[in-house]
Design a protein around this ligand. Structure first.
Ligand code: ADP
Ligand code: MG
Length: 233
């Protein structure tokens, strides 16, 4: 089991009000799988992903990723975990605005333990090699997301987390990003966990988790996986 989560709970406190955001999450994903978390806004998707990625901490329960008990790591070890194991793609790309495309990739490559050696190959994989010297503001949304994906995979992460990666993109551009995620999964064997609120996208996943108000209400093993190329919505 690559991701193994049991009874994960998380609350936020604001003044005297305590909001329970994750209410005992159970989730298992095998190595090399694509998992999708489906759920409406506010259901706890990003909170769950941030805990899996070592960006946030759960209050209780067990979160094991590739044999590492993430919730028990001290701050330094959690930083190492995030740096060495996790790649993240966000809805709004989060590129460094005053660095070129190539530099955005290289800063991540330089601090990674076992990066993919050739930045140009990674840019070629997302069809952005000819934009290497451009700045993010000179790119379309879809191009920025491709760079963001390249930046996440140059680390050669064991786990790629994508938080609504197509949420800001049009239909065709979304499909090209989904195709690239599939390519990364196949080519590098990267386990992928993707958040979306688009149920159609779940067709390309091995496992689908439906989240409602902090609980997994459905956990489906997908029998007939549809390639991103053929998904329509
Ligand atoms: N840092 C925080 N402080 C307080 N409440 C938060 C914080 N982050 C998220 N929440 C609350 O937790 C709930 C789940 O948020 P989130 O995980 O972002 O949901 P989703 O990604 O599914 O939209 C929401 O009600 C949100 O307001
Ligand atoms: Mg979210």
């Amino acid at each position: 089991m690559f991701i193994d989560i049991s009874n994960l709970k998380k609350s936020y406190t604001s003044g005297v009000v305590i909001t329970e955001v994750l209410k005992g999450i159970e989730m298992k994903i095998d190595k090399g799988e694509i998992g999708v978390i489906l759920g409406p806004s506010g259901s706890g998707k990003s909170t769950l992903m941030n805990i899996i990625g070592g960006i946030d901490r759960g209050d209780s329960g067990r979160v094991i990723v590739d044999g590492i008990e993430v919730n028990n790591l001290n701050d330094d070890k959690l930083t190492d975990y995030r740096r060495e194991h996790i790649g993240v793609v966000f809805q709004f790309y989060n590129l460094v605005p005053n660095l070129t495309v190539g530099e955005n990739i290289e800063v991540v490559s330089n601090i990674s333990k076992s990066p993919l050696k050739n930045t140009d190959d990674v840019l070629a994989a997302v069809e952005m090699q000819d934009k290497k010297h451009r700045f993010p503001r000179e790119l379309s949304g879809g191009e920025q997301q491709r760079v963001s994906l390249a930046r996440a995979i140059v680390k050669n992460p064991k786990l790629l987390l994508c938080d609504e990666p197509t949420g800001a993109l049009d239909y065709q551009t979304s499909r090209s990003i989904l195709r690239l995620l599939e390519l990364v999964n196949k080519k590098f064997g990267t386990t992928i966990l993707m958040i979306t609120h688009n149920a159609a996208i779940a067709a390309m996943a091995n496992r689908v988790f439906k989240l409602r108000s902090g609980q997994i209400v459905e956990d489906v093993v997908n029998q007939g996986i549809v390639p991103a190329e053929r998904i329509e919505w």
